[in-house]
Design a protein around this ligand. Structure first.
Ligand code: NAG
Ligand code: NAG
Ligand code: NAG
Ligand code: NAG
Ligand code: NAG
Length: 406
């Protein structure tokens, strides 16, 4: 979570840096211009075809903003769109002598309304930050026109509809934040072929399984938490290995066994698959995750032993595996305190430990051993877990107490 916040402040930081860069290049441009021309005029013409198109776009937008409690748009009139609150101009990349709208930062404006098709006229915009507003409706297809768009943050709004595939056509996009909206339906496999640095999808209504053929994403952070994937984690997750540092799949209705391929994600620092319906053992391959700091397996139906290889990981600082059915801890796993590792092993079937499940619950699971090889995540869809594979549900197993991921 801390690093998620870090990414967010990184985004803000990127914006600041980008704008500073633009401002300094503007200052340089202005300076050289005015020294040559003895301050005869402003460095940049206030009106050009691109700014005129931006004016049309922003006026169209203003007409479909129905609530603006902090008065962001109250100065959105007049032709000089660069003065509008939340709108940032910079020299055009094609023609540094003219200014264009390069950034839109309306984070935390609490505005309600729609995104109009006319936003496609903002062809030079590199950043759009609309975090924490009440925008609703669907994402206009005309956004495909924003060929310089680098960061798109639509988080914490009320957007609906299927995954906005228009973002897949944005050649420069590096940062995509769709979390806390009401997008629904499956995720397109192409999303994972794009060269994105971070993908935030959590707290939507994405459903179906995670694409079985995940491409080789370049993302270092992928947050799927609080969606309803209702399937297993495909072995193709291994294709994320070259970049993935944080994989957060909290409360996504994951089923089946954790595939051994998770252990191929050699850069992982955070792995959180808590509040799911995972069964079977901890794959021994996790003991290869030399950078792993946080491992959270809590609130699943996993069983078997806790392997020593995981407990001796050099960077492990917090290992949470409470609310499962583990019945044995190997070697030093019995005494994680001695390694300075924060842990939570409550509500398992560990004979020597306090606060465990009652033997009746434990027997129910040990009588139905899980064969992960048999039940390997089927590449075409949801694995078929017969009722016998899943222990009888008890209130303890209910994911309804899952905290909302923030
Ligand atoms: C916004 O403008 C309205 C009307 O001018 C004013 O009553 C209100 O206090 C302003 N709100 C803020 C947050 O400045
Ligand atoms: C896309 O941008 C160009 C300018 O670069 C503009 O002429 C055109 O109308 C825009 N298309 C849409 C769909 O907004
Ligand atoms: C998981 O599935 C159950 C039952 O199918 C559903 O009630 C629940 O809302 C799902 N969880 C999430 C996070 O969507
Ligand atoms: C360890 O991780 C668990 C689960 O993510 C978290 O609730 C707990 O606060 C963490 N403990 C410390 C000391 O960071
Ligand atoms: C765990 O290890 C510490 C230090 O190595 C030791 O003092 C303690 O008695 C051990 N606890 C158990 C339960 O073995």
């Amino acid at each position: 979570m801390a690093s998620t916040i870090l990414i967010q402040s990184m985004t803000t930081c990127t914006l600041v840096i980008l704008l500073l860069l633009h401002l300094s290049s503007m200052a340089t441009a202005k300076h050289s211009y005015s020294s040559r021309h003895h301050r005869r005029s402003h460095g940049h013409s206030l009106s050009n075809a691109k700014l005129n198109r931006a004016y049309i776009a922003l006026q169209a937008w203003r007409r479909v903003i129905f609530s603006d409690p902090y008065n962001f748009t109250s100065n959105w009139d007049g032709l000089d769109v660069c003065q509008y609150k939340g709108i940032y101009c910079a020299p055009s990349l094609d023609d540094p002598k003219i200014k264009v709208v390069a950034g839109i930062d309306l984070n935390f404006a609490d505005m309600a309304g729609f995104l109009p098709e006319e936003l496609g006229l903002l062809a030079d915009v590199a950043l759009i930050h609309l975090n924490s507003n009440r925008f609703c409706g669907v994402i206009p297809l005309s956004l495909a026109n924003l060929s310089l768009l680098y960061e798109l943050d639509l988080s914490n709004n009320r957007f609906v509809g299927p995954f906005p595939t228009v973002v897949l056509s944005l050649p420069m996009l590096k940062f995509l934040d769709l979390r806390y909206n009401e997008f629904e339906g499956p995720l397109p496999p192409q999303l994972f072929q794009k060269k994105l640095d971070a993908i935030f999808l959590n707290n939507n209504r994405f459903s179906n399984v995670i694409p079985a053929f995940l491409g080789g994403t370049s993302a270092s952070v992928v947050v799927f938490a609080n969606n309803n994937f209702n399937g297993c984690l495909p072995p193709s997750i291994a294709n994320f290995a070259d970049t993935l540092e944080e994989l957060l799949m909290i409360n996504t209705n994951l089923t089946g066994c954790l595939p051994p391929e998770v252990g191929y994600l050699y850069k992982l620092r955070v792995l959180d698959v808590s509040y799911n319906k995972l069964v079977g053992p901890i794959p021994y391959s996790l003991s290869g995750l030399a950078h792993l700091e946080q491992l959270n397996l809590a609130h699943n139906m996993m069983s078997g032993l806790v392997p020593e290889g995981v407990c001796i990981l050099p960077n492990l600082a917090n290992f949470t595996f409470s609310y499962n059915f583990f019945c044995e801890e190997q070697g030093i796993c019995m005494n994680l305190t001695s390694k300075g590792i924060q842990f939570d092993d409550r509500r398992n079937c560990l004979p020597e430990k306090p606060l465990q499940r009652n033997p009746k619950e434990c027997n129910m699971v040990s009588e139905h051993p899980i064969d992960c090889f048999e039940e390997r995540c089927n590449l075409v869809g949801t694995p078929n877990f017969g009722p016998a594979m899943v222990p009888v549900s008890t209130p303890l197993l209910s994911p309804s107490t899952a905290p909302s991921y923030t």
